[in-house]
Structure formats: structure tokens, C-alpha cells
Design a binder for this molecule. Sequence first.
Ligand code: 6PG
Length: 473
Amino acid sequence: MVKQEQRYEIGMVGLGVMGRNLLLNMADHGYSVAGYDVDASKVQALREEAEARDIQGATGLEQMVGMLRTPRAVIMLVPAGPPVDAVVRDLLPHLQPGDMIIDGGNSHFTDTDLRAKTLAEKGILYLGVGVSGGEHGARHGPSIMPGGPKEAYERVQPLFEAIAAHVDGDPCVTYLGPGSAGHYVKMVHNGIEYGLMQLIAETYDVMKRRLGLSDARMHVVYKRWNESELSSYLLEITADILRHVDEKTGKCLIDVILDKAKQLGTGQWTSQDAMELGVPIPTIDVAVAMRSLSAMEEERVAAGKVLLGPVQVFHKPRDPFLEQLRAALYAGMIVTYAQGVALLRHASQARGYGVKLEDVARIWRGGCIIRSALLEHIRSAYRANPDLPNLLVDPYLARELMARQEALRAVVCTAAELGLPAAGLGISLGYYDAYRSAWLPANLTQAQRDYFGAHTYERIDAKGVFHTRWSAD
Ligand code: 6PG
């Protein structure tokens, strides 16, 4: 008979918002779960929230591990970085070979690889699992992106499938690949999240600062956009945000929020690794850069007194322009997903993840922050052609994009004329134009490199590498 104290199916370390909600979600699906946090008040809060559910709060890590069925499975939901190592270190003396640790946080993929290797030497299975969907997702169904040893995943597969979001009865979780595949996919998810948020912010900026639309009007615009092919979680919450009233001032809350964006790092990691692999993801890079620029508030305020922009006023008919803005945003969204997924494709080959892009699109359709109607088309694109080099050349998406390129060009031009920063939309257009260019001016770059550094160049009319003495001195 299973000892009473060893009857819990899964343990959770870290009872912050995500950990607590995931545990409640698991318990609602019939799992017996135990949770622990260094902060005793969080353990107490879990006990209170547990009600009749099969949830146990532990006052110590050892006590929690002692409650678990063997082989054990412990999920950590603690901040990325040193806290993850600290929990692993504290868990280890209480675990046995065959037990499993699951990191459900936003860990850097290289940390996950290192931890998995170190733990494998001790016979401990390690899963790096991306969980997206914030507080609500954790409680009612997140998108789950697991990577690590397949046999480890199979042990928690029924649990993950039960607690994940479901789209048309299909759970938003699947095994993604070995090692850090899950955390890598989650990192790219967040990179795309940064890109989409930047594009939406640019449309908000144009509407607010140049079209002079009220928050109430913008609420209606975004709500309408969200009922179109742009339908997505991020647009849905944008519409909601624009009608949220601040209790303190009675104003729309958005207007009392300081314009300085913070970042925990996943967008930056996406850009860094894309640079490392030589994969262009400029919309995501710009999104990261614009968050950093927004944070330089004092400098911006000072620069605004020195650097003047154009004195243009917006003079176009408003409604047709709003329609162009909507189309431009959709084009930018397609480009952003295309860049992120192109990075995944390359990284999967370079790092041996074997990630199936169709699966990724499928599990991003529900639960996660970047869920959108577009993902259904992205899924179809990779189902039709798993080796598609870039989403932009999928026949359907290419048509969609081409149909909106004029609008994107018009919006980028208008923003430039009006002196508004629309760097995300601009670079999305630049990416589109560069990617479809059979010829690029890189011959000049090569000539310059050879001129100043004897770096050589290739010719169009002969094989091999060449160097020229460009000047007599
Ligand atoms: C999600 C979110 C989640 C978190 C981001 C915030 O998928 O649920 O992406 O992981 O909210 O990490 O990231 P920044 O603080 O960098 O914006």
C-alpha cells in the first residue's frame, strides 16, 4: 500500500502566482499535488485556496519531497537564473535516481542544457518546460512547451495534456525535442511577443498622437480589429486596456502609466541567439531596442527639446487610413511570426532539437500570449511543407502579405512624414523587401571589406575567392 505521506503525484516549488495557479489547475483535473515555498505565507495562502481539492502545502522542501510518490516529479516555478540552481541544489539530497525535476520558468536555454547534463550524471531526469499564458493561463489552461528526455516527458504527458489549454479538443502541449528544446521554443515565443507588442504600440502611437483618437475610440478600433483576421490575444487585451478606468484619478488607466517599458530578458536572449546563428529577426531586435529606448526617459525628454521633428499635420481621410493601419499591422504580424519561426528552424537544425514547426504553431494556437488566428494558417503552411524556408513564401501567407504591402508602405511613409517612430513596422517592411530581393548591395560591402581589410570577395563569373589591390598606396 502507498504510504499516506507518499501519495502525492507531483510537487511544486515556488508558490508565486504561476506556481499556485498551476497547482490549482492540476488539482482541478484530479491530480494530488503538494506545494512548497520559502515564503510561509504563500504556503498558507495555498492551503486556504485549496478548499476541498487534493492539495497539500509543505513547510519545508524535505517534507514536500517526502510526500511524493516515487519515482518523484517536482516542478519548479521560480525566477530564472540563480534561484533555479538554488532549488536544484536543495532538492538533490532528497531525490533518488529516476526522479524528475521540471523547470517551468523562463530559463535561458544554455542554463537548461547545463543543468540537464549535470543532473543526468546523477540519474535525475530534467525537463525544461516553457509555460505561457500568465496567471489566467496557468489557472485555466496554458500553452506548454516541454523539452528534455522523451521518457521523462511521457511520464508527465497525461498531466500536461489535462492542464493545458485546448483548441478544438487538441491540447496545447507536445513534446518538442531533447535538451533545452522547450525553453528555446518559449524564448522565441517571447521574442515574437515582443515584436507583436511593439507593432501594436506603434499603431496606438499613430492613432493617439497624430490622429488624435480618444481612448474610447481606440478601444472600439482595436475591438473591431480583433474581430477580423488580426484576431489575437494581444489585440483583445489592448482593447480591454483602453477602457480601463483608474480608480485613483477616474482617468483611463493607460494615460497614467509611465512610458518606460521593462524587460525580464527573453526578448533580448532571442535577439542575441539570432545574431549568434546569423538569422535575421530585425522586427524582434527593434522591439527590444525600443523597450530600451523607452527606458531612457530622461534622455528622451532632454533630446526632445533639442531635436525637432517635422511640423506636418495629419491630413488624410481618417477611416481609410485606419483601414491601412489595420492592414499594415497584419502584414507586420506575419513578418514577425515569420522571423521567429525562421529562427526556430535554424536553431533546431544547429542544436539538434528536431522541432516540428507545425507542432509549435499548433500548441501556440491556445493558452499563450501570442495566440492568434494567424497561427492556424502558420500551422497549415508547415503541414503542407515542413521544409518551408520562410513563412513569407508560403503561397497563402505570401498572398496575404502582398495584398497588404501597399498599406504597410503607406503607413510607414506617413509615420516618417509625421515624425513618429514606427521602427517595428518600418523594419518589417525592410525585411520583406530585402528577403524578396534577388540582388542586394552586399557586393559593395564585400568590396569595402576587401579594400580596407583584404577580406577577399567572390565573383559572379568565376569560382574561388579574390583579392584586389584597390589603391596604389
Ligand atoms: C508568457 C509571458 C511570460 C512573461 C514574460 C514577460 O508567455 O506568459 O511571455 O513569460 O510575462 O516573460 O517578459 P518581459 O518582462 O520581458 O516583458
